[in-house]
Write a protein that binds this ligand. Sequence first.
Ligand SMILES: O=C(O)CCC(=O)C(=O)O
Length: 294
Amino acid sequence: MWATYALHDRVLANRRSRHRFAAAPAALDELQRGLLADLDANGFAVVPLAALLADAELVEAVDEQGATFITETERGLAGGEDGSEQLHRRAGKEFVVRAYSFGGAPLGPGDAWFRACVAPRVLDLANAYLRMWAKLSYVDLWYTVPQAPDSDRAASQLWHLDFDDKHLLKAFLYLNDVDEDSGPFEYVPGSQPDGRYDAVWHWSPLRTGRIPDEQVRATVPADGIKTFTAPRGTLILCNTSGLHRGGFSTAKPRVLATATFCSPASLHALSRRNFTPAPDALGSLSAAARFAVA
Ligand SMILES: O=C(O)CCC(=O)C(=O)O
C-alpha cells in the first residue's frame, strides 16, 4: 500500500494537483494567512465560521440546516425502534447519527454546508494548506448521542491517526455549544506529518490501530492535548492524520457539520467520496471547486 500511495502522491495524481495549485495560487487575506500559519505549525486552526466565510446569509443557512438536522434526529431517536432505524448509523460507531453517511447523496447548491465547503474562502485555505488542489471527499452532519459516563470509549472516541491520507484537512463546525460533557474533539498539536511528534506517531497508509491514552499522556506535556470546547458556530480545521479523538458525549449531544479535504492520491488509493455532486452543483463553481467535487 505504501508503494501505491507514494506513487500517487509523488508521481501521478498529486503532482498534477500541485501543478494546478502552483499555476494559480489564490491570494489569501490576513485571516486566512493566520489560519494557514496555525495549521502549518500545529496541525489545527480555529475560527468562527462567520469570520472565515464573511457571508451572513450562508452562515445562517448552515445554522438552519443544523437546526433541522437536530429536530429530525431527535424525532427519530424518540420514535422507538422504528424511528431509530430510519437514522443513518454505522456498525461499530452507533453513537453517531449522520445526515448522509456513505449513501452517495446528491449534494449541490441546495445544501448549505456543501456550499460552505466549496466557497472560495474555505477551499482556498484548504488548497493552500495541502499545497495542491484538494478533493472534497466527505460532507456530512453528525449528531453524537450521549452515553453513560462510565461506558468504555470506542472507535474514534479513542486516540488514532486517520489512515486515508497524510495530506488531510478535516473541518468540524460545531452546531451546538460543546463543553466537556458533550464529547469535544481533541488533538495533539504537532502530531501532524512533519510536526514535532512525527517521529513518535508516524503516519503510514492504512495504519488503523488505536493509541492508549496512557501512552499519549506519557509522551506529551500536561498542556500538550488540545480539547476543543467551544461555542456553536466555531469551525475547527485539523490535519487528522495527526493524533485525535472525540465524540465521547456523556451528558449532552454534540452536533457538528464535518467535511474532509484530501489529496487525489487518497481518492485513488484509499478512499471513496460519500456524496455525488448534484446535476446543478457544478455550473456555478470555480475551477478549483469543480475539481474538488468531480
Ligand atoms: O468525533 C470526533 O470528534 C472525532 C472524529 C474523528 O476521529 C475523525 O473524523 O477522524
